[in-house]
Design a protein. Structure first.
Length: 318
């Protein structure tokens, strides 16, 4: 179902969470005994886990994949009227496909969202534009097929500026995606819908694309992890099977291990650039690296004082 455009109100997300889902997270250790708890308690406990952690719970039988997806749907229904991260919901598709997910998959049916800039077979890909509202790809691209083979359940598509053409997520079809930390601010772009959805706890990870910062900018705005993978490293996310000269595909997530797990699940071991396979990276490398940081932007401008001095943004300490 494609969502219609709307005018957001300015209720704070914290108020919504407190009233509908609970604002305080329960101890993670209690999840195995939570099946008899109220829906709100289960919601709070699930927020303690990333995708790898949720998959472990499902694999152990502590919770079912359907219960995880149902919790995701409940959270989206409660919060997205204010955040406006989604353009299309694919809840029924995700629930229907659960029975076909093999028991030995890495992610065990854990929900994920896709940026509305990639082909998922039978689901509208709008690119955030009125020109593409009737565009429904017949088949999924290889990248999406790899995501689903890994056991992830696609529950919807996320908002993006028209044709991913800006660093703010806003378009005339679906409106603005608001930042979950402050609804008066934008979530960044162009993968702003995915970033906002992860930051708000809809899903533990969401797919995005990055050309000139389209994963990294919204990740910074929303306080999560975003990266741009090397071109050709992964299987193609394009309908023609190729690799766009600028855009690469990777997730936005709350943990590094989720990002590493999806990178491994979508990796192309025999790639055009000749990169050796990485596989699943589960710990720090033995080889130490030096990281170069340029504080200036492309126009030679320095960051604002609070960015250069702030404890989380002090590039001078690297």
């Amino acid at each position: 179902m494609v969502k219609k455009s709307w005018t957001p109100d300015r209720r704070t997300v914290l108020k919504v969470i407190a009233s509908s889902l609970g604002a305080t997270l329960s101890p993670a250790a209690g999840i195995a005994n939570s099946m008899s708890d109220s829906s709100g308690s289960l919601q709070r406990q699930l927020l303690e886990y990333d995708a790898v952690g949720l998959a472990q719970l499902i694999r152990s039988g502590a919770i079912s994949a359907k219960e995880v997806i149902d919790a995701t749907i409940t959270r989206i229904d409660a919060l997205d009227q204010d955040i406006n991260a989604l353009t299309t919901e694919t809840f029924e598709r995700a629930l229907t496909r659960l029975a076909a997910i093999p028991a030995d998959t890495q992610f065990q049916g854990v929900p994920i969202l896709l940026k509305d800039l990639i082909d998922l077979g039978g689901v509208p890909r709008t690119n955030g534009s009125r020109l593409n509202l009737t565009n429904i790809p017949e088949k999924s691209v290889a990248y999406v097929e790899a995501i689903e083979r890994a056991g992830l359940s696609v529950v919807g598509m996320t908002n993006t500026p028209e044709f991913a053409s800006g660093a703010l997520t806003d378009n005339v079809v679906f409106g603005t995606t608001n930042n979950p930390w402050d609804l008066t601010r934008n979530s960044g772009g162009s993968s702003g819908g995915s970033a906002a959805a992860v930051a708000a706890g809809y899903v533990p990870l969401a797919q995005g694309t990055d050309g000139g910062g389209s994963n990294r900018i919204p990740a910074s705005c929303c306080g999560i992890l975003g990266m741009k993978a090397s071109r050709y490293r992964q299987v193609s996310g394009e309908a023609d099977g190729g690799h766009y000269f600028l855009r690469t595909h990777q997730c936005l997530s709350r943990t590094v291990r989720d990002s590493a797990a999806l990178l491994a699940a979508t990796e192309n071991p025999i790639n055009y650039a000749g990169y050796p396979p990485l596989g699943l990276v589960e710990g720090p490398a033995k080889r130490r690296l030096r990281i170069a940081v340029s504080p200036e932007n492309s126009f030679g401008e320095q960051p604002r004082g609070q960015c250069s001095r702030g404890p989380k943004c002090n590039y001078q300490s690297l």
